[in-house]
Design a protein around this ligand. Sequence first.
Ligand SMILES: Cc1cc2nc3c(=O)[nH]c(=O)nc-3n(C[C@H](O)[C@H](O)[C@H](O)COP(=O)(O)O)c2cc1C
Length: 173
Amino acid sequence: MPVTADQFKSALRRWASGVSVLTTLREGGIQGITVSSFCSLSLNPPLILACIDKKARSHALISRHRAFAINVLRAGQERLSELAAGHAGERGNWLEGFPHRKAATGAPILDDCLAWFDCSLETLHDGGDHTIFVGRVEAAGHSEGRPLLYCDGDYHRMAESRPKSHKEPRGAE
Ligand SMILES: Cc1cc2nc3c(=O)[nH]c(=O)nc-3n(C[C@H](O)[C@H](O)[C@H](O)COP(=O)(O)O)c2cc1C
């Protein structure tokens, strides 16, 4: 028997991820979309991927500009995530008033995020109702802090991690 939509979504809700906002340029400013499907793909060449709903407004903008940035959110940036998820209406996705800068491709990189990847569009692949956008990382950076997490339809923060020196040596567990 094929999987039902409810079974599929319920199982997916158990998957924990970080939260990122993919940014592109729209006429007059920034377009943001909250994305948990961000993933590293290759070290050499440096590639990442993100899966974007074909109905999302960002979809056409990425294809048109052939560039985008991935902004990895830090703990405390829940409001930014909600805006870019469209939960405050279309203008929320415009991320008006968010300080930003440009690196190599011209895609907008948001200030105060935990990490960022400035990407030119390498290739894209069909993925059902989504498209897999593969980005070549032209520039990247990070700052100190903890990531924002998402699981079971809600935001979470990372528990205090054990100091590295206290971790068991490999094979000892
Ligand atoms: C935590 C979280 C993760 C999300 N991840 C994705 C994703 O990976 N791909 C996607 O297409 N939409 C994802 N969404 C939904 C989009 O952010 C949402 O549909 C967005 O408003 C689409 O904007 P647009 O139509 O203006 O481009 C996610 C939403 C949330 C809250």
